[in-house]
Write a protein that binds this ligand. Structure first.
Ligand SMILES: Cc1cc2nc3c(=O)[nH]c(=O)nc-3n(C[C@H](O)[C@H](O)[C@H](O)COP(=O)(O)OP(=O)(O)OC[C@H]3O[C@@H](n4cnc5c(N)ncnc54)[C@H](O)[C@@H]3O)c2cc1C
Length: 422
């Protein structure tokens, strides 16, 4: 694997975006219909890029929520460093500037033979191509006792919204000296560094407001993403505050007792003042019901067009897919969505095909002024997405480099959400 410098990577990422924006014009035939299910990062990007690149395609976006709250940067909200409103994005620009038909409903079922989607309100949408981007769901019975009622006491906050606000309220009302227990999920899951970023930023909040509080991470794994960077930062910024217990030490979390706010492992019970339980994950429910997921619980796709390997004419992007080396991140969902949009536009309108540029760039906060970054590019090899070039932050980076990464992340957030939601 070749290593890139930051500058080389920024230049290439910029060139990819320009390629993305200079898209072919569609031929003048009758409008083909593309329905996109899920107005999160993957779905909104497919809709936007299809609508922008091919006027001969009518794009309908199906999303139940009136506005979308980003998971990325939600850990800053939990730490009191950002208002919740700053995470929220509406669909008005997609509708007005790009002419996308936005339908605020849930898709109830997909009928690939008839090429229709049934909505929860009883109506039906017909399509020539369908894109499904439903994000994640939690695996049934992943943790004994962790049902919907328990989630209201020990929130997951792994889909941003009411759950994130609930966790913030609990952290705010927790007494100084309380124990915050974070249950980290098994692989694969949405955003590999995010549980540990959450522990870091909650620690920064405790340091400011509740200096006697402690954080215990009960992990389903024996190691985690960027572990050296996190553990170095925990020693530097929050000595003695965060304890991480791997599965080999605890035997893994087996059950939750919401009544006593306890997390139960093979050998011990940990009673929390506040608990954040992030369960094992799989592709969103609709993908499961529609037979788009295989036995792994995730959806196999063609790595060039993102067409389902199980259902022709249906494409999938984002966290729901089996992405090979691509992690489940917003940046990856956005990158896959552009490749998918161009493949669909080429098929439906006969416009030129472009080689897919697939990237992940990720900023992760260790403290408000200390963030690390990584940038990886991917290409299809033997039917799988393989990482080919990467830049990853190092433990020994200077505090100035880390401070700059924290500021660059803020700029990234604004540019990225503009790219997705217009
Ligand atoms: C705490 C945290 C921090 C993160 N930080 C980062 C980060 O710094 N950088 C980064 O790149 N990624 C980050 N991520 C990951 C990122 O949020 C996800 O990878 C990304 O949201 C995936 O996009 P998606 O489109 O697959 O799913 P989502 O964005 O979840 O969108 C799915 C959409 O589908 C809709 N939907 C579901 N079912 C239906 C249905 N039946 N009908 C209609 N609509 C439906 C949902 O309402 C939702 O809007 C973070 C995640 C977490 C939890």
């Amino acid at each position: 694997m070749k290593s890139w410098t930051r500058r080389e990577f920024s230049r290439l990422a910029g060139a990819a975006l320009l390629t993305a924006l200079n898209q072919p014009k569609a031929r003048g035939q009758a409008k083909a219909r593309v329905v996109v299910i899920g107005g999160g990062i993957g779905g909104a990007t497919v809709a936007r890029y299809l609508a922008a690149s091919a006027t001969a395609i009518e794009v309908t976006l199906v999303e139940p929520r009136q506005s979308y709250a980003t998971c990325f940067f939600s850990n800053l909200y939990l730490a009191g460093l950002r208002p919740f409103e700053s995470l929220s994005h509406g669909y008005e620009a997609l509708a007005k500037q790009y002419g996308i038909i936005v339908v605020h409903e849930s898709a109830a079922a997909i009928h690939p033979a008839a090429k229709t989607v049934a909505l929860n309100n009883g109506s039906k949408l017909s399509y020539d191509r369908l894109v499904v981007a439903p994000g994640i769901a939690f695996r049934d019975r992943a943790l004994e006792g962790y049902d919907e009622a328990a989630m209201e006491i020990m929130p997951h906050a792994w889909n941003a919204g009411q759950q994130t606000r609930l966790l913030r309220q609990q952290l705010e009302s927790m007494e100084d000296g309380g124990l915050f227990v974070l249950v980290a999920p098994p692989n694969p899951f949405r955003c590999p560094p995010a549980p540990y970023e959450r522990a870091s930023l909650v620690a920064s909040y405790f340091q400011r407001r509740k200096p006697k509080a402690k954080i215990l991470i009960l992990d389903a794994k024996d190691s985690f993403n960027a572990q050296d960077l996190f553990q170095d930062a925990w020693n530097r910024h929050y000595p003695g505050m965060i304890e991480w217990l791997p599965a080999q030490f605890t035997g893994g979390v087996t059950a939750i007792d919401a009544k006593t706010r306890s997390v139960i492992t093979a050998g011990a019970t940990f009673k929390a003042a506040v608990a954040n339980v992030i369960p094992a994950q799989m592709a969103g429910r609709l993908a499961q019901q529609a037979g788009l997921a295989n036995r792994s619980g995730w959806c196999p796709v063609d790595p060039v067009t993102f067409e389902s390997a199980l259902q022709p004419g249906v494409h999938l992007v984002g966290d729901a897919i089996i992405g090979g080396d691509m992690p489940k991140s917003a940046f990856c969902a956005n990158s896959q969505a552009k490749a998918c949009a161009f493949a669909i536009a080429a098929d439906l309108t006969g416009s030129a095909r472009f080689p897919a540029h697939l990237f992940n760039t990720c900023y992760t906060y260790l403290a408000p002024d200390d963030a690390f970054s990584n940038a990886i590019s991917f290409k299809p090899v033997d039917g799988k997405l393989k990482s080919v070039i990467s830049f990853v932050s190092k433990v020994e980076e200077s505090s100035e480099v880390r401070r700059q990464a924290a500021r660059a992340a803020e700029g990234w957030y604004d540019a990225f959400t503009h790219d997705v939601f217009g």
